[in-house]
Ligand binder design. Structure first.
Ligand code: COA
Length: 178
């Protein structure tokens, strides 16, 4: 049977819009805001789902929640209030470039523009903090993340062999703000 519940009446296909599985609406846009202490459990759960190694611990999340140079953002689903994704960036006194330390979107929310939304907001806030651009490292086989960064104008400038716990090579990428 067709997934769109098309039935044939004579020669004319009829679309049955009453079918609850057939929806043309896009999910409502999440609210991007600074993370709070109450988000810690959900942030840790998301970290566990998203990465097999090099994970942020509860202590590191707690540190970045409070750090003056930290930028810990969450995307909150407007439907149920759950955390659909997060991004962590920070600034350093010895550099005009901010660093994107991590970004993750929960499996059920991937592919709906939330990664792009979080990264755009991190860029905007880094710019407001006086930074000239953003740098990051990404595993060279992480095609979804590299796709996101390239689509937002990031360029490769170095590789770091053996950078990750599992021995993977990292690609260093950066974007200079205009
Ligand atoms: C990387 C990640 C954050 C992307 O989040 P997302 O919300 O799914 O991404 P978006 O929907 O905003 O996609 C934005 C762009 O990224 C690229 N992209 C996203 N998923 C992709 C995939 N599976 N393959 C290739 N490119 C992809 C596309 O260019 C996409 O733009 P398009 O939809 O117009 O084609 C998400 O896949 C994730 O959480 N991965 C696990 C954690 C991780 O690896 N983080 C990066 C650490 S460096």
């Amino acid at each position: 049977m067709s997934p769109y519940n098309v039935t044939i009446a004579g020669e004319i296909p009829v679309l049955e819009f009453g079918n609850p599985d057939y929806t043309m609406t896009t999910p409502p846009k999440p609210n991007v805001r600074r993370a709070r202490q109450q988000d810690l459990d959900q942030l840790l759960a998301l970290e566990l789902l998203s990465f097999s190694g090099d994970r942020l611990s509860r202590e590191r999340f707690r540190h970045w929640l409070k750090a003056d140079n930290g930028l810990l953002l969450v995307a909150q689903s407007p439907s149920d209030g759950s955390i659909a994704g997060y991004a962590l960036a920070f600034t350093r006194r010895d550099s005009t470039m901010a660093r994107l330390y991590s970004i993750a979107v929960s499996p059920q929310h991937k592919g709906h523009g939330i990664g792009r939304l979080l990264l755009a907001r991190a860029e905007q806030e880094a710019r407001q903090m006086g930074c000239r651009g953003l740098r990051l490292e990404v595993a060279q086989n992480n095609m979804p993340a590299i796709g996101l960064y390239e689509s937002m104008g990031y360029q490769r400038f170095a590789t770091l062999p053996g950078y990750y716990e599992d021995g993977q090579t990292a690609v260093r990428m950066q974007k200079r703000f205009e």
